[in-house]
Design a protein around this ligand. Structure first.
Ligand SMILES: [Ca+2]
Ligand SMILES: [Ca+2]
Ligand SMILES: [Ca+2]
Length: 235
């Protein structure tokens, strides 16, 4: 190989090899929420009365300003024919991500009882937030520790947790085929309060995206300058 071509090839390889990063290509993404949407309660004193239906807080009897906890929450995601074609034609995986607050998770050492049994078009996806740890101290808020302590996820506060589960491409494609995917989040009976800030469904494909940084752009510029100088000398 000619020296100049080799130098250019090495520079190119260095740039590609040293600056590429694994990234994901999102082929489908839709984010849904509750009605009304969940918003953070801004009362800094965390009174017991801070679970309000108007702020998207769902509660069982006695735990909110109304009793509005459904047996389960259903979210219906829509897919266009283009979405379905992209998903069917590309290797990838589905990802469901839920951001929630209130009576989910448990304190370290306690037995887990509060979680969301999750399905996608009837396929079991597991129990979201079953392993979420509540950062609050042991004992009752307002007695064992100050009422305004910011910690959670916890019955009393809007400290959020996010959890994702993956969905196999076969399951995702079958569910997507009719243009809608239903995600059902079923709180266990002991979940006394719940806010669902976002329920996001995605289909992602692995990809390699070059992430050029300034150092390698300098290497590229220097290589091209050298190449130009050598070519001019040959002309
Ligand atoms: Ca339930
Ligand atoms: Ca479906
Ligand atoms: Ca509970």
């Amino acid at each position: 190989m000619h020296a100049l071509v080799r130098a250019a090839a090495i520079a190119g390889a260095m740039i590609l090899g040293c600056t590429s990063a694994f990234a994901q290509m999102v082929l489908y993404s839709q984010t849904l929420g509750t009605t009304p949407p969940a918003v953070v309660n801004t009362d800094p004193t965390f009174p017991f009365t801070n679970c309000k239906a108007a702020e998207g807080c769902f509660a069982t009897a006695g735990n909110g300003d109304v009793t509005n906890m459904p047996a389960a929450f259903t979210f219906t995601f829509a897919l266009s024919p283009t979405d379905i074609a992209n998903i069917n034609n590309t290797a990838g995986v589905g990802v469901l991500t839920v951001v929630a607050a209130r009576d989910i998770g448990h304190k370290t050492g306690d037995v887990a009882t509060d979680w969301l049994v999750t399905t996608l078009d009837g396929n079991a996806l597991g129990n979201l937030f079953q392993n979420t740890i509540d950062s609050c101290p042991a004992g009752e808020r307002g007695t064992a520790y100050p009422q305004n302590t910011v910690c959670g996820p916890n019955f009393h506060t809007d400290v959020m947790a996010s959890e994702s589960v993956t969905i196999s491409p076969a399951t995702f494609r079958t569910a997507a085929a009719d243009g809608t995917i239903q995600v059902v989040l079923d709180p266990t009976d002991t979940v006394g309060r719940l806010k669902l800030f976002s329920v996001q469904l995605q289909y992602v494909a692995p990809g390699i995206v070059p992430t050029l940084d300034a150092r390698w752009l300098l290497v590229l510029a220097a290589s091209l300058a050298l190449l130009g100088w050598r070519l001019r000398r040959r002309a």
